[in-house]
Design a protein around this ligand. Structure first.
Ligand SMILES: [Zn+2]
Length: 188
């Protein structure tokens, strides 16, 4: 999939008035369509770790204090070693190259020229993703719907959680950078 215009590049957007560009609606258009654009939203799961009263992750019963790890056999935490809940979220994701790292985050790569250093997930302002959480990609069918029963495909840990805010600090959208090589792939 390729997007013909850059996202959120203020300098390329000609505003007819001095009004603030509404990035919330810009992202909403990309996710859900409109303005002649097809919807690009993709369903992912956000794995939210439960915190105890001391803001520490709540250990699962399978957690081994000796190895500091959970059991990969555990059906409750699926090997995380901590309790979590998952919720669906709509996002748009893309890859960005290694050259320049975060500095080139807005650069969209040509097809066939993907340097999969980072995967970036864009969420609207209603979604909360913390550094301790994870983004779980599930298998989607050709129509973009999750295959049932759900198959967790790749698990990403946020490297950078960037809250993009406009004037007066209004949260416009979330940008989550994940290191592609650190992604946990399901083994078939
Ligand atoms: Zn467990």
């Amino acid at each position: 999939m390729r997007i013909e215009r850059k996202l959120y590049n203020r300098s390329s957007i000609k505003s007819k008035s001095s009004k603030e560009i509404d990035l919330r609606s810009e992202l909403s258009t990309i996710l859900f369509g409109g303005d002649g654009l097809l919807p690009h939203a993709k369903k992912v799961l956000i794995r939210k770790f439960r915190l105890d009263a001391n803001d520490k992750k709540t250990k699962c019963t399978c957690f081994d204090d000796g190895t500091n790890e959970g059991s990969t056999e555990c059906q409750f935490c699926l090997g995380e070693g901590f309790f979590w809940d998952e919720e669906w979220a709509e996002c748009f994701s893309t890859y960005v190259g290694a050259d320049g790292g975060l500095a080139s985050k807005d650069k969209f790569l040509k097809p066939g020229n993907i340097n999969a250093a980072y995967k970036v997930f864009y969420f609207d302002h209603t979604i909360v993703v913390r550094y301790i959480d994870k983004i779980v990609e599930v298998k989607l069918d050709t129509e973009g719907q999750p295959v049932v029963p759900y198959v967790r495909d790749s698990i990403y840990k946020p490297q950078t959680v960037k809250e993009n805010r406009a004037d007066y600090g209004r949260l416009e959208f979330l940008e989550i950078f994940c290191v592609e090589k650190d992604a946990i792939r399901k083994k078939y």
